[in-house]
Ligand binder design. Structure first.
Ligand code: LLP
Length: 432
């Protein structure tokens, strides 16, 4: 009925998430508020894990891209479900360290990791550092040598596939700040340098072709381009690399018209290509890593707001202003992202009113959705914006010194805060 499977309507005509009445959540925890269905998150992680078991005989690792949504409890859940996590900053790594996440199952990304971040990763013994460039490789080797350690490394390669064009193309992605380019020979140079370093253990190669992708073909093409490189490395250096990290990017449903394919379809198609093409090239099927972010948490979360004022501008449009905005969801302002908006306390009524949902920030572009159809609402009503689990909390800001929202996880009839609402005092904590 809705874009998110964990959302429904109860006998009171209220919207529910994980069978919990969202109006009760609003009452109990206040608004604005992020709410997630924990079972949905766990189900998604298990589905990715199962597809590695089914398609690669378990010879792989699901690594949750924590940039989509990161907090201690999320990282604990990944550990409980037996997945790894992908971190891209000292802050995300610190979060993982603070819950004793197994270092071996952490991959550390970033195109410009600082010296201190690399030291932190070496000290914790992060299993795979995804090295972006030669400077980073040399710095990491030096730090590892000083500390008497050998660090597991994968190199991030630009496979030259642009999955975001209408019909994807296989060149032209050389213009990216991330990774080693294939076309210029930079990738092979980096690989040979890494193989020659004493304190670097080159475990394999990584690629990531983009985000919110529905088409399966670019993923398949990226895998084969990477295997060609594995073969070239074997021919030129005699070393057969053991691991291939295929990144994340699987699309989710934001609007009813979105048609994401089940992850099992993705895994089946890509694994068939990986298994057969490896054999054709005379290579062993590598250990496979995947890095889903949005597809784990996106549709498992929603945001609840209270309507403050309704401003009807005749012949122009109607603004419905809510108590949050671009500070908790900057994605419409940044990418004109589509969302489904529902009045949580009138969920069984018809959505036949076209409005613009605006936030409370001092900025005209502070909009959550334009020209969207919702139930007729009035001040005090609760609005739910669906599928906001990914890249909302993690991209939130304190613009206008608005405190960050709490996050509630709903599970089997109970709701608990996993992130508390930020206070005004905390906003001033770093001020001198
Ligand atoms: N691995 C790497 C190396 C990545 O750069 C990303 C996302 C992922 C995995 C996870 O991709 P996902 O499965 O979530 O698509 N802020 C944007 C999304 C930026 C994605 C950045 N990288 C948004 O709100 O749509």
């Amino acid at each position: 009925m809705y874009v998110s499977d964990c959302v429904s309507v109860n006998e009171r005509g209220h919207l529910t998430i994980g069978n919990y009445d969202t109006c009760e959540l609003a009452k109990k925890f206040g608004t604005p508020l992020y709410a997630f269905d924990e079972n949905e998150i766990r189900k998604n992680l298990r589905e990715f894990k199962k597809s590695i078991d089914d398609e690669y005989a378990g010879n792989g690792l699901v690594v949750y891209a924590s940039k989509a949504f990161c907090c201690k409890e999320m990282v604990r859940i990944c550990n409980e479900e037996g997945t790894g996590i992908d971190v891209v900053s000292g802050g995300e790594l610190y979060t993982a360290m603070s819950v004793d996440f197994p270092a071996e199952n952490i991959v550390f990304h970033g195109n410009n990791k600082t010296y201190d971040e690399l030291v932190m990763a070496v000290d914790y013994g992060v299993g795979r550092i995804i090295v972006d460039n030669l400077t980073e490789l040399e710095t990491l080797d030096k730090i590892a040598k000083e500390k008497g350690k050998t660090m597991g490394v994968m190199l991030r390669i630009k496979p030259g596939i642009d999955a975001h064009t209408h019909s994807f193309i296989k060149t032209g992605q050389i213009d990216s700040k991330f990774g080693f380019a294939l076309e210029t020979g930079e990738a092979m140079e980096g690989i040979k340098a890494a193989l020659a370093m004493e304190n670097i253990n080159l475990r394999g190669l990584h690629c990531h072709i983009g985000s919110q992708i529905f088409d399966l073909d670019p993923f398949e093409l990226a895998a084969t381009v990477m295997l060609d490189l594995f073969k070239q490395v074997k021919d030129e250096t005699g070393t057969e690399l053991g691991e291939l990290n295929l990144g994340g990017g699987f699309g989710i449903k934001y609007l009813k018209s979105d048609r994401p394919r089940p992850y099992s379809d993705y895994m089946r198609k890509v694994s068939a290509a990986v298994n057969s093409y490896s054999a054709e090239l005379g290579l062993k099927t590598p250990f496979i890593l995947i890095e889903p972010g949005r597809s784990v948490v996106g549709a498992a979360g929603l945001t609840l707001y209270t309507v403050g004022c309704v401003k009807d501008i005749p012949d122009v449009r109607t603004y419905v202003s809510v108590d949050g905005g671009m500070c908790d969801n900057p994605r419409y302002a940044l990418y004109q992202s589509s969302y489904e908006v529902i009045c949580a306390n009138k969920a069984s009524e018809k959505r036949d009113w076209t409005v613009t949902v605006a936030g409370k920030c001092c900025e005209s572009g502070d909009l959550i959705q334009e020209w969207t159809r919702i139930q007729p609402v009035e001040p005090g009503d609760i609005l739910a914006v669906l599928s906001t689990g990914a890249y909302n909390y993690s991209m939130a800001s304190n613009y206008n010194r608005i405190p960050r929202l709490p996050v509630v996880f709903v599970k089997n009839g109970t709701a608990r805060e996993v992130i508390k609402r930020e206070t005004y005092a905390q906003l001033c904590e770093c001020d001198v």
